[in-house]
Design a protein around this ligand. Structure first.
Ligand code: AMP
Ligand code: MN
Ligand code: MN
Ligand code: MN
Length: 277
């Protein structure tokens, strides 16, 4: 059986390894078919594709788009995209705008909470100045000793109600799905178990996604607990969605699940890649 991993980050967004190094690391973890899905950015794809080929992996070009839906951030993965498509690249450029200003506001809040200089500190961890992310702030807060781990950072800072949280309006779900569709890609709702929706809102998200032509969600992801693998496999069956799988890798040792430890999809779902390879 092919080992497929369709959700990973490089230092082109908030991962720490260059795209080619992520490819090598994934291969070492036994991956046979791989997608790079950086946040709001496709700049790493040419290098990732070349490295995947060198490593003998099948490659899927991808992206993870930040979307605002019902006042929450939802992540939409696009797979099998033509990363040169202009609607997509323009949409992503628009999505990236505002990250820097948001970062400065986050730093101002952190300063008020007793952590000075976090903007400059976060920038030290940035591989792509267009893509300043909360992850970079989290790494800095660990470096400067404010927290022990990035997990602790997201418990105490940078999330709703905590210092350093700056609400942000991303793209809309229909827009992001339109860009993916223009680029010939398949939209996938990333890690649905991570959102703080009640059941009614979650069902409304899946209904709207389906109405917009969506038909895939992540089921087995490093961002789900094992219990959630079963919950979202059932959702996939109920809605007739295909299922995706990926570590959501950001950095060696930082992952909740390493490449070789993520379980396969449950047998009772149709993989999103079932007619790709
Ligand atoms: P941003 O796009 O700048 O809002 O940053 C979002 C990123 O922060 C996600 O893609 C994760 O990599 C990271 N993140 C968010 N929440 C957590 C969390 N609770 N624990 C670890 N990383 C998180
Ligand atoms: Mn991330
Ligand atoms: Mn995500
Ligand atoms: Mn991700």
């Amino acid at each position: 059986m092919l080992k497929v991993d369709l959700h990973c980050h490089s230092n082109v967004s908030d991962g720490v390894l260059a795209p080619a190094a992520v490819a090598a690391y994934a291969r070492k973890g036994g991956v046979d078919a791989w997608a790079l899905t950086d946040h709001d950015e496709v700049g790493g794809i040419p290098a990732a594709r070349a490295a995947a080929r060198e490593q003998g992996m099948r490659f899927v070009s991808g992206v993870e788009i930040s979307v605002t839906w019902a006042n929450q951030t939802v992540h939409l993965v696009g797979l099998q995209i033509d990363e040169t498509n202009q609607q997509l690249t323009e949409g992503l450029a628009k999505t990236r705008q505002g990250r820097d200003a948001r970062g400065r506001e986050m730093a101002a809040q952190l300063e008020a909470a007793g952590i000075p200089d976090a903007y400059r500190g976060a920038l030290k961890f940035v591989g792509n100045p267009d893509l300043l992310s909360r992850t970079h702030f989290a790494r800095y807060l660990v470096e400067c000793g404010a927290c022990e781990t990035t997990n602790e950072v997201f418990r105490r800072y940078l999330t709703e109600g905590k210092p350093g949280y700056v609400p942000h309006r991303w793209s809309s779900l229909p827009d992001a799905m339109g860009w993916i569709r223009s680029a010939g890609g398949i939209p996938v709702i990333a890690h649905p178990g991570r959102y703080k929706f009640n059941q009614t809102a979650e069902d409304a998200l899946f209904d709207e996604f389906r109405q917009l032509g969506g038909n895939a969600i992540e089921v087995v992801t490093g961002s789900h607990t094992p219990d959630q693998y079963a919950v979202y496999a059932e959702v996939a069956r109920r809605y007739g969605f295909r299922a995706s799988r990926g570590t959501d890798f950001h950095a060696p040792g930082e992952a909740r699940v390493e490449f070789d430890a993520l379980p396969p999809l449950p047998a009772n779902v149709t993989p999103v890649w079932h007619d790709w390879f």
